[in-house]
Ligand binder design. Structure first.
Ligand code: GDP
Ligand code: MG
Length: 166
């Protein structure tokens, strides 16, 4: 059985925990429970006919009071950088975290989730932001942990990248 550790990384309240909950348990809650430290979940997936155990490390968010410890990334095979599409500042935070992660553990397969795409009326991402993201050369997917849109595809896409490099 192939096992791969991945990390959910981003600012606070962007939807890291909600994406994992939707993917692993098919549930969504409007309530916000801040993640303390790290929560680890497992999901068995089938990618191109191969079975893979994803060990998902859901890290707490980066904010003024808490810095994400790069030691959580040890042994990770890939990451999902989560951005809240309704809060532009969370894009900069995600890219700053990526810079730190690249320094700490080297370049790993990664993907960007532009989350909360159900809130189109509050969407703040503009063409500039999309260009900025394109420079990072990571796949970008618009997701909604609330409706479930592209959540399965998000994890499948990253899992596919992981198997290519294994
Ligand atoms: P985390 O701090 O990054 O783990 O964020 P959470 O998963 O705890 O979510 C923060 C808040 O945003 C919660 O109130 C969630 O219900 C809400 N939320 C998360 N994802 C979505 C989404 O895709 N759409 C909407 N409308 N709300 C979301
Ligand atoms: Mg959380």
């Amino acid at each position: 059985m192939i096992k791969k550790k991945i990390c959910m990384i981003g600012a606070f309240a962007v939807g890291k925990t909600s994406l994992v909950q939707q993917h692993v348990h098919s549930i969504f809650s409007e309530k916000y429970h801040t993640t303390v430290g790290v929560k680890i979940d497992k999901k068995t997936m089938v990618v191109a006919g191969r079975q893979l155990d994803l060990i998902i490390w859901d890290l707490h968010g980066e904010d003024d009071f808490q810095t994400v410890q790069m030691s959580y990334l040890r042994g990770a095979s890939g990451s999902i950088y989560v951005v809240d599409g309704t809060r532009r500042a969370t894009l900069e935070i995600a890219m700053k975290l990526k810079g730190r992660a690249d320094q700490a553990v080297g370049l790993l397969p990664a993907i960007v989730a532009l989350n909360k795409c159900d809130l189109q009326h509050r969407w703040e991402m503009a063409a500039d932001d999309m260009n900025r993201l394109a420079e990072e050369k990571m796949p970008v997917m618009k997701t909604s942990a609330k409706t479930g849109r592209s959540v399965e595809a998000l994890f499948q896409t990253l899992a596919g990248l992981l198997l290519e490099v294994s």
